[in-house]
Design a binder for this molecule. Structure first.
Ligand code: ZN
Length: 91
């Protein structure tokens, strides 16, 4: 997972029942969390559309952490992976 995704995950942490003082605040936190997730997903989609070359590829092994180019993924043995993970596999 890339640093950005980690940050987003941290900020958008799913509310936990034990962190909330009441059922109402828990429900409210959950609603806010859902809204935030939708906003973040839209923002990420916008970024990908505007500058696809800067954002993670669809590698199912490193999820873009190795810096593979989006659209350049390979399907090896039925697994989508970037050039770097492919190279690792060939070692
Ligand atoms: Zn990869």
């Amino acid at each position: 997972m890339s640093e950005n995704s980690k940050e987003i995950e941290k900020v958008c942490r799913k509310p936990k029942w034990k962190d909330c003082v009441s059922r109402e605040s828990y429900e409210k936190s959950r609603e806010e969390f859902k809204t935030l997730q939708i906003i973040v997903k839209r923002l990420i989609a916008d970024l990908h559309r505007e500058a696809p070359e800067k954002y993670p590829d669809n590698c199912t092994i490193c999820h873009g952490d190795n810096g593979g180019v989006k659209g350049n993924e390979n399907i090896i043995d039925g697994i989508v992976m970037c050039d770097y993970c492919h190279a690792d596999r060939m070692k």
